[in-house]
Write a protein that binds this ligand. Sequence first.
Ligand SMILES: NC(=O)c1ccc[n+]([C@@H]2O[C@H](COP(=O)([O-])OP(=O)(O)OC[C@H]3O[C@@H](n4cnc5c(N)ncnc54)[C@H](O)[C@@H]3O)[C@@H](O)[C@H]2O)c1
Length: 251
Amino acid sequence: MARLREKIAIVTGSGGGIGAAIAERFAAEGAHVWVTDINGESAEETVRKIKAQGGAATAMVVDVSKGQDVTALLRNIENAHGYVDIVVNNAGVLVRGEVRQLSDADWTKLREVNLDAILRVSRDALPLLRKSKSASLINISSIMAHRGLRPLAAYTATKGAITALTKGLAVEYAPYNVRVNSIAPGYVETGITDRILKLPPVKKALIDKTPMGRLGTPEDMAGAAVFFASDDSLYCTGSELAVDGGMSAGL
Ligand SMILES: NC(=O)c1ccc[n+]([C@@H]2O[C@H](COP(=O)([O-])OP(=O)(O)OC[C@H]3O[C@@H](n4cnc5c(N)ncnc54)[C@H](O)[C@@H]3O)[C@@H](O)[C@H]2O)c1
């Protein structure tokens, strides 16, 4: 343990689900984690859990789709630490509906939170990442970046863009010694999948499609995030790791 000793980390959308599990695991591995979420109460709750385990964390309300929130976060981190080692672009939303049914507002929301925000955070955090001795930027994509799934074409388009953006940023940031990788979760039981997984036939069908015979847990994703955040992945950049119980291998 303590693979992230003395590192400073940001995890967006870490008030619940995958982000909270990543934040808790990072703290258990020795990092000081900035737990950020659009929902302040849930961010405080994650920080309470981390502190109860003896970890270090700071909660902050950050809507990643608002430039001024991201600027305030980075300013606070600069004042507190002067640098950041790890940034996890995890915050995301899911809007269900076939493309022909989606409004411009639906698409704008998906794009602003799932894609534009990653571009903004990645751009604006670069000066602080460059001051780290071993910087790692991690984007949460999806195995659906590579597949069609009804009725999620617009959501999966944002995930495909994240996968492509990760590779582009990896090439651009390598000269600055900043690694950029992505994690592609399979189906994980969280707030985003709650509605769909409440339908027993859908849940069973997804488990049947998963060679390992179970859905993922947020903690499964946290293990992959520690790998990319730590010096165990020093020669990885532009990589995407599917964490999906074999689902994408078997489709
Ligand atoms: N659960 C899955 O099966 C699955 C699969 C593939 C990818 N993902 C991706 O994993 C990431 C985390 O999702 P999750 O499954 O934990 O869902 P979740 O809904 O449990 O967590 C998402 C978190 O992001 C926060 N958030 C939403 N909009 C935000 C904003 N504008 N600014 C800041 N925070 C915001 C929410 O408050 C919430 O705490 C997302 O990017 C999602 O697309 C999830």
